[in-house]
Write a protein that binds this ligand. Sequence first.
Ligand SMILES: [Zn+2]
Length: 99
Amino acid sequence: MSRIIFWLGLVFLVIFAVRSKIRAAQKRHQQQFRQPPPQQPAQPQPQQTYKARAATQAANDAEVMLQCAHCGVFYPASETVQANGRDYCSAAHAALPSA
Ligand SMILES: [Zn+2]
């Protein structure tokens, strides 16, 4: 019986240690996230939650996608080839007659 209690206590200690480690890592990560990166001195909304800030960061990193008028594939807007007032994924598709 004492063996069972010993092993149960050991398991609880391990679980507690792992949980406190994870919590400390999350805190450290949030503190890193709170500090503005050196290239961007102004943080737009300092009172935002961690999740909201992560979503904003992802939205800022994402690029606008356009759909090719010929093949219909989505591609970054910076790679667009415009012809006849339409957007194409490549010069080859811009040269082809649109479907
Ligand atoms: Zn295309």
